[in-house]
Design a protein around this ligand. Sequence first.
Ligand code: FAD
Length: 365
Amino acid sequence: SLELRALAGELIGDQPDAWDRAGAIPEDLVRKLAEAGALCAEVPARYGGLGLSSAESGEFTAYVGSRCSSLRSLMTSQGMAAWTIQRLGDRGQRTEFLPRLTSGAVAAVGFSETGAGSDLSTMDTEIRSDGDSVVVDGHKVWVTAADYADLLVVFGRYEGGAAAAVVPATTPGVHVERVPEPMGCRAAGHANIRLDGVRLPAANLLGGAGQSTAMLVTTALAYGRISVAWGCVGILRACLAEVRGHAVSREQFGKPLGEHQLVARHVAELLVAEQSATRACEHASRRWDERSPEMVLATVLAKYVSSRQAADGAASAVQVLASAGARDSHPVARAYRDAKLMEIIEGSNEICQLILSEHVLAGAK
Ligand code: FAD
């Protein structure tokens, strides 16, 4: 994973501020990382992947997240698509789709709709079998990476339950339209997707079709959550580095900012935020690597802790840098906008709190 970090570091260089302002990452760079299997680094070697453990992949995700949350978002989407195919797909589907995701294809995952945000049981998108085909009709919103994607994993209603289908983005009836001016992760290619009578081979319908929405989306979301959580660790590390540099070099009232106790408190709180988010993520990744039944809860906990810490920590970083960081696309300004969105996606703070409290209360019954 050190080689992977070197490759990503070299490709990213000092460009994330410019990508944020342009609202796009150069496609050839995305393609190079996809070809190296770096966008979904946990896919096992038998499917052409790098086979990293959750802990190794998490540290790599944090590294990319410390440099560019938009690129890290593409990793989250690609990894979530791969994990969904690995878990729900049969052998043929795993063999067909996973090697594409480790050799250059880019993928996105669509659950959300205009009327179905936190409550995905109200999804309107319909997936139906029709002879040798499946047909998908619906409208997905805010799909990260969709503007770059070759493959879209689309969730919808299916025969009284739910299902997921793998939709090549070039299939007739697929219309992808960029979300204008997202507040953060501006180069992550968020798009709304209209699917009008999209006809696919039956083999593109993933396994588990007809099962409950909760069961199917939880599989995909679990990967998304741990990936976002590690990404937030990266945001905190970037903020800590910016604050450290500024607090020792900038002087006011005759001494470095860091020697003013109220500023020192921000520095200490940022370290606490970075360390507690890291520990929560390491704990969750260990549960993943053991395939422990506790992994789902540990992941929700990590996502909740990390995104809250990142949003608070990024706000403190902007405070400490003040005018030096108050410029659009400066690393702390990006961190501030990007981290706020991490409190909304893959299960908002409130939805995470409900899951955590349900766990506690169920234990009392
Ligand atoms: P709502 O569900 O309308 O919630 C509004 C507010 O009410 C929130 O604060 C929420 O926490 C709160 N709330 C809702 N229900 C409850 C409750 N029961 N109890 C307490 N509070 C509640 N979707 C995809 O499918 N794929 C993607 O790749 C993707 N990427 C995204 C990237 C970004 C940057 C953003 C902003 C969104 C993305 N989304 C994606 C959509 C995202 O999943 C939804 O925004 C999220 O699920 C919340 O839904 P909503 O925005 O409709 O808010």
